[in-house]
Design a protein. Structure first.
Length: 160
């Protein structure tokens, strides 16, 4: 591998432009030089880089076996009562059920995290009397506009 991959990459880059190969060669020389320089204690001290920690020597070369309790224990499977209607629905029915369950769980989690219901609620608390009157007047106007639009559609007239 140590000699195979470089020769394979040399073969693969034979047909590439010369400037690209020059770039590869310059990057390789720069990387090797940087690696050699940064391993020198004097350079690391000059640049303010912490010194390299030398490898520790071990006297005992025999590997230690892990002392974990790996004895097998039996756990009975959790009993799930299968709903016969799920089997009739097939794969897509089961997938729909799972998606609905995930959506329900996500909604519950969001409600618990935010402390409020995900469904929008309309409250009149904190709204002024004039605001409520204006909102009611707007609703009446909009309702009449919709009814007029439906009536015009029925007669074939168009609004301009």
């Amino acid at each position: 591998m140590m000699y195979g991959f470089p020769s394979l990459s040399l073969l693969a880059t034979t047909w590439l432009p010369g400037a690209l190969q020059l770039s590869f060669a310059a990057a390789t020389v720069w990387g090797v030089t940087q690696g050699l320089l940064l391993r020198q204690p004097a350079v690391r001290d000059y640049l303010g880089i912490s010194p390299l920690i030398p490898p520790t020597e071990t006297t005992n070369t025999t590997p230690q076996r892990p002392r974990l309790n790996m004895s097998p224990t039996y756990e009975p499977p959790a009993s799930q009562k299968a709903d016969p209607s799920d089997e009739a629905k097939g794969f897509l029915g089961g997938a729909r059920k799972e998606v609905r369950g995930m959506m329900k769980e996500a909604k519950e989690k969001m409600e618990s995290m935010t402390g409020r219901s995900a469904a929008p609620t309309v409250t009149t608390a904190g709204k002024t009397k004039t605001f409520l009157q204006q909102a009611e007047a707007y609703e009446k106007r909009r309702k009449t506009e919709i009814e007029e639009g439906q009536a015009e559609k029925g007669t074939g007239k168009r609004r301009r």
